[in-house]
Design a protein around this ligand. Structure first.
Ligand SMILES: *Cc1c(COP(=O)(O)O)cnc(C)c1O
Length: 374
């Protein structure tokens, strides 16, 4: 290892955003000077370009990813297409926001143990979990890899289920030639700063090609109002602000290029990491994985993490406690076990993977993983 090797941070957000300067600062100044800060020209411009990017007809900018998903479910309830108490299938290994969005809308989350290779829902898992109360499926494209949407779409159609995407980790990921955000009935995105496509604070969006849904989401996100001081339903306040929209417009043109860089780094890891104590993630088809997270698995995960920390490589765990074991859900899932989700939580370790990693850093990371002995 090089003598002067510094610490490799998991995700150097300051450097990532610095690479978009001076354009980010110019965009912010423009908004400050405009005197219009919420739902204005910047928001409209971003919504148009992000809808076009995904291939969806509509995009509604909202406050964050959790709200995007919650608003989708609430909108379907307002439209009479879902009803309080309906069951929504969701993978048991997801980030808790997916599950919270279902609960927040008054629906019932039903966890489905994921496929251990892809970390996503499988058709067989969904089939097994189906009941007469199942009315929707929330497919999470976990770690950046799209769910098997062709199979899930067909299954959803056959069983009259609404298919929603949690695309918070999968901006720009493909499935069968279409982009995340255009693979189901509606999709929720997060632009949390640490995502592949991140704002400078909280931000999110809903994409859909269903006009009535897009309008309802937009109304619900603005106090249930589409005309000032006229309230059609009990809404919330979750709007995309102009500064975030302007920042996102600066960053959008780089997204596919940055994802391609991530894919090259992942390919590098997959080719050169050789350690019997480490199980590498399955890459899936090209461009169907945008590598938001490089999820390795190891039976001696904690020792591996300690070894990498020692070697100056920062790693994270996604996620240490699955939703059904969280105190927040102790009533709903008290007696349930989801062995695959629990196994993933006990063994997952995420390596640094971002567009600014240098060849030297990549080599150091590979070497550090290969050096690990139990
Ligand atoms: C980040 C994330 C969310 C929530 O997004 P926020 O913008 O943080 O609310 C939802 N689902 C998944 C899978 C996520 O990774």
């Amino acid at each position: 290892m090089p003598a002067a090797a510094g610490k490799i941070s998991y995700f150097p957000l300051n450097k990532i955003n610095e690479s978009f300067e001076p354009f980010l600062s110019q965009a912010i100044s423009r908004v400050v000077q405009s005197g219009w800060y919420i739902r204005g020209a910047e928001c409209e411009k971003f919504e148009k370009s992000f809808a076009a990017f995904c291939g969806a007809k509509y995009c509604v900018g909202v406050g964050n990813g959790l709200d995007a998903l919650t608003l989708i479910f609430k909108a379907y309830i307002e439209l009479g297409r879902l009803h309080e108490g309906d069951e929504v299938l969701v993978p048991a290994d997801t980030y808790i926001a997916s599950v919270l969005s279902i609960s927040a809308a008054g629906l019932v989350p039903v966890l489905v143990d994921p496929d251990e290779e892809t970390f996503n829902l499988s058709l067989s898992g969904v089939k097994k979990a189906l009941t007469v109360r199942t009315k929707s499926v929330l497919a999470v494209h976990l770690y950046g890899r799209t769910s098997p949407m062709e199979a899930l779409s067909l299954f959803a159609k056959e069983n009259s289920l609404i298919l929603v995407e949690d695309a918070a980790q999968a901006h720009g990921a493909l499935c069968g030639g279409s982009f995340a955000g255009n693979l189901g009935d509606a999709a929720g995105f997060s632009f949390y700063p640490g995502k592949n496509f991140g704002a400078l604070g909280d931000a999110g969006a809903v994409t859909t090609s269903d006009e009535s849904l897009a309008l309802m989401v937009k109304t619900l996100a603005n106090y249930g109002s589409s005309k000032k001081y006229v309230n059609l339903c009990k809404g919330m306040n979750s709007r995309l602000d102009e500064i975030q929209a302007a920042a996102l417009s600066v960053k959008l043109p780089a997204l596919l290029f940055d994802n391609a860089k991530r894919e090259r780094i992942a390919a590098h890891y997959l080719k050169e990491i050789r350690n019997p104590l480490v199980k590498l993630p399955d890459p899936g088809n090209p461009r169907e994985h945008v590598w938001h997270i490089f999820a390795m698995r190891s039976e001696c995960r904690d020792a591996l993490q300690a070894h990498l920390t020692e070697a100056g490589v920062e790693t994270l765990i996604h996620y240490p406690i699955p939703p059904h074991l969280q105190k927040a859900y102790r009533c709903e899932f008290a007696s349930a076990t989801y062995p695959v989700a629990e196994k993933i939580a006990a063994t997952e370790l995420s390596l640094p993977l971002h567009p600014l990693l240098t060849e030297l850093e990549i080599s150091r990371i590979i070497e550090a993983v290969n050096d690990f002995r139990s």
